[in-house]
Design a binder for this molecule. Structure first.
Ligand SMILES: Cc1ncc(COP(=O)(O)O)c(C=O)c1O
Length: 465
């Protein structure tokens, strides 16, 4: 059945290229320099970006597909949703795909021989094929469905880590990581009695590649785990260079793609990473589904993470023969409906095309950076150049607490994020306990950014800063 599905699907794929640099802005006047940098857009590209830069999205048309964007909040305010790094909204096609599964072919997968089971299995496996094409993996066997990116990273830490890491080894992560890419490694380091080290982030919001090299050479590093794009600074890291540096030393690399896969073309074969983790809900898909990509050669050597039904070929009283890949890593009944919905979200993104998604976000970030440069008292964290920045801006406004600012925004129907963004290590480095954060996606508009900037100025007046 799976083979039938595989032969049905063919999705266009483009190869990403190039590299870039970044910087962090702390005070308003620096934005004068940024305007100049912004003019250079297009001369420098980020690893993982397409060269098809002229693709545009029709935002007005896209917005019609998202029922939630019609919501009116707090009396008469039209929703302005700027919290996309936390989770994205869902187009009607995703919502319908999920309800269609429940209405027409709800069934468990892989086991039944009846028609519903067959249809559900085909749809579930179709999404695996779509994910494979979307990130350009070599085979469907390398795609494991998880609950989210967090679970995907935990599988690597527990399954691969326990087998491959021992005392005197080192796990190398960075100061920009989300807690999901810190805590599993802390636990593993404690269990194995090995070292955990952090590559430092510099004043410009970039990872220090010399520090990377030095730590790789000084320690017996077994794995490098790094976020492709920071959920706070927006920094898109030079992932190809990091992977190359690690592989030259025989070190495995896990890429946390939670913030990159939804926003730019990602090609795991070209990147050559060993593991990649990401979540469906950050790319128009439902919550409760994530992906772990693992190179097949590595996956074959990994013991199962969870055990039970569906991950077995044969169970004897005292012995079990495990199922083939990738089923060996998908124990129990999976989240079938949401995997089906995830397939619809990938279709949606493919219709727009990932270069167009990235282009739109570049336009948004460029516009937003320019618009807030005149807001007195603003401090922005992360690279000055939009070309090496994802669609995320973390900032503080004078000494207004981020939660107060988010409340003022909320009064105006504007959803932004405030807090530590699950990145307390980074917060300490920035010497703040929290920041506000806006993050964009394909349905955001310049008018929404204008409303946000107006609300920033309202907050300044209210707090007299
Ligand atoms: C960079 C990064 N990594 C990992 C995660 C965890 O994603 P999830 O909560 O879907 O597992 C997030 C979520 O915000 C993230 O931004």
């Amino acid at each position: 059945m799976v083979i039938q599905v595989t032969s049905l699907i063919a999705v266009h794929w483009a190869i990403p290229n190039s590299t870039g640099k970044s910087g962090r802005v702390r005070v308003v006047p620096l934005y004068n320099c940024m305007s100049i940098c912004l003019l250079n857009l297009g001369q420098r590209q980020v690893e993982g970006m397409s060269s098809q830069r002229n693709q545009m999205v029709n935002v007005a048309r896209i917005r019609e597909d998202f029922p939630i964007l019609k919501r009116v909040l707090r009396g008469n305010r039209r929703l302005v949703y700027l919290d996309n790094a936390a989770t994205t909204q869902k187009p009607i096609s995703v919502i319908e795909a999920i309800s269609e599964y429940y209405m027409n072919y709800n069934s468990n997968i892989h086991r039944g021989v009846h028609q519903l089971a067959e249809e559900a299995t085909i749809k579930y496996e179709l999404t695996r094929e779509k994910v494979k094409k979307f990130i350009n993996a070599k085979s469907n066997d390398e795609i494991i469905f998880t609950r989210n990116a967090t679970e995907a990273i935990n599988i690597v830490a527990h399954s691969w880590g326990v087998r491959n890491i021992s005392e005197n080894d080192c796990i190398l992560i960075t100061e920009i990581e989300h807690h999901s890419n810190i805590v599993p490694w802390q636990i593993l380091a404690e269990e194995r009695g090995c070292k955990l080290e952090y590559v430092v982030v510099n004043e410009n919001g970039e990872l220090d590649l010399d520090d990377y090299r030095e730590r790789m050479d000084r320690n017996r590093v077994k794995i490098v785990s790094v976020s492709h794009m920071s959920n706070v600074l927006g920094t898109i890291v030079p992932i190809n260079k990091i992977v190359k540096m690690a592989h030259e030393r025989g070190i495995h690399v896990l890429v946390d793609g939670a913030q990159s896969v939804p926003h730019m073309e990602v090609n795991v074969q070209q990147m050559d990473c060993d593991f990649m983790a990401f979540s469906a809900h950050k790319m128009l898909g439902p919550t409760g589904v994530g992906v772990l990509y693992v190179k097949r050669d590595i996956l074959t050597g990994m013991p199962p993470f969870l055990a039970g039904g569906d991950m077995i070929k044969e169970v004897d009283k005292y012995y079990t023969n495990y199922n083939e890949l990738p089923y060996k890593f998908e124990a129990g009944t999976p989240n079938i409906a949401d995997v089906v919905g995830f397939g619809a979200s990938i279709d949606y993104l493919n219709r727009i095309s990932m270069p167009a998604v990235r282009n739109h976000e570049l336009e948004m970030i460029q516009y937003a950076m320019q618009a807030i440069q005149d807001v007195q008292g603003i401090t922005i964290y992360g690279p000055t150049q939009s070309s090496v920045r994802g669609g995320v801006i973390a900032f503080n406004l004078a000494d207004i607490h981020p939660h107060d600012l988010a409340t003022i925004m909320d009064d105006r129907g504007i959803a932004i994020r405030s807090g530590h963004h699950c990145a307390q290590v980074l917060m300490r480095k920035l010497q703040v306990s929290a920041t506000s954060r806006v993050s964009f996606y394909i349905y955001n508009t310049k008018e929404e950014i204008d409303s946000f900037v107006q609300a920033l100025n309202d907050a300044r007046r209210l707090f007299r800063v």
